[in-house]
Design a protein around this ligand. Sequence first.
Ligand SMILES: Cc1cc2nc3c(=O)[nH]c(=O)nc-3n(C[C@H](O)[C@H](O)[C@H](O)COP(=O)(O)OP(=O)(O)OC[C@H]3O[C@@H](n4cnc5c(N)ncnc54)[C@H](O)[C@@H]3O)c2cc1C
Length: 616
Amino acid sequence: MDNTFDFIIVGGGSAGAVIAARLSEDPAVRVALIEAGSRPPERESMPAACGSLQLDPETDWMFTADPGKAGRGLRGRRMPVPRGRMLGGSSGINYMVWVRGHPGDFDNWERLGAAGWSHDDVLPAFKRMEGLVRSNEIAIDQDARGFDGPVGVAVRSPVIPAARDFVRAANASGLPSGDYNGAGRFNPAGVASLVQTNTRKGKRSSTFHAYLEDAAELRPNLTIITDALVTRIVLDNALAATGAEYRDIAGKTHIVLATREVILSAGAVGSPHLLMLSGIGPRRELEEAGVPCRLDQPHVGKHLKDHLLTGMIFEAEKIGTPLAEVGVSVGPDALRSPGGSLPADPAEDAHLSPELAALKTESQRRLDEWMETGSSLVSSSLYDGVAFFSTGLGDEHTHDAQIGFIPALYGADIMGERLFYDLDQYFDDPDAAFDPALQRVTFLPSNCVPRSEGEIILQTADPATPPIIQMNYFADPHDLKVMVAIIRKVLDIAANWPGPHKLGPWYVPPKLAAMHGHRPGDVPSDALLENFALHFATTIYHLSCTCRIGSVVDPHLRVFGVSNLRVADASVFPEITSGNTNAPSIMIGERAAEMIAADHGLRLSDNASATIRETV
Ligand SMILES: Cc1cc2nc3c(=O)[nH]c(=O)nc-3n(C[C@H](O)[C@H](O)[C@H](O)COP(=O)(O)OP(=O)(O)OC[C@H]3O[C@@H](n4cnc5c(N)ncnc54)[C@H](O)[C@@H]3O)c2cc1C
């Protein structure tokens, strides 16, 4: 393999895959994309299987973090922080909730110094990305949306009736329906909707599927190197990036050279980690870890932001979808997992009882239907309803509150094994409390403009050792106050549930209820709600801002003090957006490609560079 390219992109995730695909549209340039993971496994495309990709070393970096003041209910007070490790990155492991953010988020970016990143500036990229499927199920702001872009966006099919009821209940509690990726976020009263998911015909539309698969990946001028752990950016004596060093799966070290630029798109953990491994970061921390400091940059890895959610379970007889039903739709193999109803060895199926034979046939039928039509219970992560609004507690430019809705109850395996909740501490019989046959629904209140900041700290000079991740949640007391207000709004929405069947009371983890003398149906005290959040709030996986514009990179994403090196991913957000972060990360990839194309005179297929404003 020729080891010299015009551009090297490190990390093929939400942003990196986009940049590789866009730059290689110009046949005159040679582009290399280096990714630590591989192509995604087959189950990645099934939305409801997303949880199974977490804590699997094939698809997840398996980081854990110190949660700060949150996470009292977690085993060993460690919080899992999954990050996608595959082509598509975290867009391959995520829950596919498609949210751009509030227009005010981007105007605020510009106010913070990110010239050229106002809502008007980023809107063309958001529209260009989207291949939204029109639907009568949701309000669509025609002028704000994109219908021909590579990322499939759709409402799940079939819509689960409880999700429609969630929207009606939110309406009844004062949150109007609207397009939350359009005019709905301009409404100060808030907005409620069924969720728009980044799926195409019921399959995940990650940036791998949307931008690389069967298209860009076949171009002769794009080289994709997978299973390659980048260990540092190569810098010359004048602090210009000249290439990247990586370790292949056999442990052999290689160097690839970039004649024009290296673009770091390794995510909010990976990008600051790699800068620090390359000697760019806080001098003392680097030296303590044994890395010679090439450029003292105190902001690298700092200002880490994330969103928290606090899952609230409600009894929902005749309303909730039992998780066991979803399991049947995953296909017969899922019914063979330990404790499943079918035998582990398919050879034993010859002796199935008539009931089990019928279950197997039905399961296969549902799987075939999903593959053929995309319509199935498995066509979303089950995060199917959403509302945004303001608590009035001090959000200046946006809604500070998000409530997600799941018409089901996640099982004890997900809660205990994948999310690390110490279930035995709070439930007398966790298996009974999280029985997959139960009809329950789950609300996910989330403070989406957090003020607390965490950090990523270099632990050692060994690139294979993860950095320390300090989330520092609830360090600023404002965040807990907002979370409590959002929890109260959940109780209000639940109380407004439309008929004929009503939700039962909020199911407070029994030992926490006992601690506060709370009985089912009581109005909960602030002390209980605060304690509930401190125990059960967990990450929504939106890590960002660790190489933010204005501190580590300029508005054209060029690293201050280093030439030929940009960072382009969620780490450059100047402030976290008030919503899920995948769409904004893809937007960063689109805009980075525009900027690079403009600077180097590349010809992209849709002449995207025309939308750049000269800002620096
Ligand atoms: C479990 C989970 C659920 C989520 N759910 C949602 C959701 O429903 N909706 C939403 O909008 N957002 C969601 N998010 C967040 C969203 O997916 C991320 O914000 C977004 O994908 C970040 O994009 P990125 O380009 O910054 O990083 P990533 O997409 O993480 O890309 C980074 C890439 O760099 C690679 N990499 C890192 N280090 C190296 C190295 N040293 N060498 C080589 N390659 C490297 C990684 O393997 C990865 O492919 C979720 C995230 C997770 C983890």
